[in-house]
Design a protein around this ligand. Sequence first.
Ligand SMILES: [Zn+2]
Length: 124
Amino acid sequence: MKIRKGDTVEVIAGDDKGLRGTVHRVIPGRAVLRGRAKKGQRQVAMDPNRTRVVVSGINLVKKHQRRTGDVRTQVGIIEREAPIHISNVALVCPHCQKATRVGYQVLETGSKVRVCKRCHQTID
Ligand SMILES: [Zn+2]
């Protein structure tokens, strides 16, 4: 996954274009595969095209929260973040502070790290 929880990202499309925030949550997309599944089972695979992220302060929606039995539930109109499609955000490089594309580099230890395509510094 090129974008992870805790990353700073910049919105590159939509109403919040140009804004930056921190990734709270990555919601991996799942696709149900057709055929070849055993009876009663569904074959499910990762679908990167459906992956969404929740970013602090980005894509705010007003939610009308009805009173529930739970007194801890905030009632009324609540503004909260809605998930945004991962293709609409770009990672902000912690080194050059620019919105960038992400590459990968395999270390001698065999582990893979993310690399900024602009300044070529490792991100992780
Ligand atoms: Zn960079």
